[in-house]
Design a protein around this ligand. Structure first.
Ligand SMILES: [Zn+2]
Length: 240
C-alpha cells in the first residue's frame, strides 16, 4: 500500500476498522480465513438468496390437523412457482410468502399448488436516462423475440417502445429526464402488449402521428389516452 494512502487512513481514524495486508496473497489468505469463520464473507452462494431457515407461509384457511398428520408435519416443501423453501406447520391451505401462490397441504403429506393461469405483467419504473430507454428497448425486444420470434414484429415493437419512451420524456416531461414513467410488458400467446404511463403534460391527440410515427402507424394496436390523474397512458400491441 502506498505510504500516502496509509497516512490518510490513519488520519481518518480508520485503522481499527480496516485490515491492512502486505500484498494480494496475504489479503486472499485473510479473506479465506474469515470465510471459514463467518458465512457472510466471500462471494454469495449461487442462486437466488434464500432465508437461512425455511420461510413460514401465511395461513389461508384455518388448518385442521388430524392426529395422523402429526408425524408428517412440520414439512418443508419447495414452492411450485418460485422455488422458495416453505415450512408448513400443518395440513391446510397456505400462501407462499415470496410469490403468494396458494398451496394445499394434505394430511397424507402431499402438496398441490394452484398456479395462476395468467402471469402478472413485467413491470418497470424508469426515468428518462438514455441508458434506461436503451435498456427498456432491449428488454421489450427480448420479450417480443421469445413470443413473436426473432423477426420484424419484435424489431418493430422494440423501435416503437423506444420511440414512445423518448416521446414521453420530450413531449410530456419537456426533456426533464429525471421524471419517472411506468412500463408494463405483457407477453401473450401470439402478441405482446406494452403500456407506458407518465405523469406529465397531456399529449395533444392531433399530434400523435408526428410524435410517434412508427408506433402509431405500424403496430397491430396503438392507443394514447389521458391518464385520469394527469399524464398519459400509451398502449401498444405487436403481433407476429
Ligand atoms: Zn413462491
Amino acid at each position: 500500500m502506498a505510504a500516502k494512502v496509509k497516512i490518510m487512513i490513519d488520519m481518518m481514524g480508520m485503522t481499527d476498522h480496516l485490515l491492512i495486508c502486505a500484498g494480494e496473497t496475504e489479503a486472499l489468505g485473510k479473506l479465506a480465513e474469515r470465510a471459514g469463520q463467518a458465512a457472510a464473507w466471500g462471494p454469495p452462494a449461487a442462486g437466488p438468496p434464500r432465508a437461512a431457515a425455511a420461510a413460514p407461509p401465511a395461513a389461508v384457511t384455518a388448518p385442521a390437523a388430524p392426529a395422523a398428520a402429526a408425524e408428517l408435519y412440520p414439512a418443508a416443501v419447495a414452492c411450485g412457482a418460485c422455488g422458495l423453501e416453505i415450512e408448513l406447520p400443518s395440513p391446510g391451505n397456505w400462501k407462499c410468502p415470496r410469490c403468494e401462490v396458494v398451496l394445499a397441504a394434505r394430511a397424507d403429506g402431499s402438496v398441490s399448488f394452484s398456479l395462476p393461469d395468467r402471469r402478472p405483467p413485467l413491470e418497470l419504473v424508469l426515468w428518462g436516462a438514455p441508458e434506461a430507454v436503451e435498456g427498456l428497448k432491449r428488454f421489450a425486444a427480448a420479450v417480443a423475440e421469445r413470443v413473436l420470434g426473432n423477426g420484424q414484429a419484435a424489431a418493430l415493437l422494440a423501435a416503437a417502445v423506444e420511440e414512445v419512451a423518448r416521446g414521453i420524456v420530450h413531449h410530456a416531461y419537456h426533456d426533464d429526464a429525471t421524471r419517472i414513467f411506468q412500463v408494463a410488458i405483457e407477453p401473450g400467446e401470439a402478441e405482446v402488449q406494452v403500456q407506458l404511463a407518465d405523469h406529465g403534460s397531456t399529449l395533444d391527440s392531433s399530434q400523435l402521428a408526428s410524435y410517434f410515427p412508427t408506433a402509431s402507424s405500424r403496430l397491430a394496436a396503438f392507443e394514447c389516452r389521458p391518464h385520469p390523474r394527469g399524464g398519459n397512458v400509451i398502449r401498444m400491441v405487436a403481433r407476429a
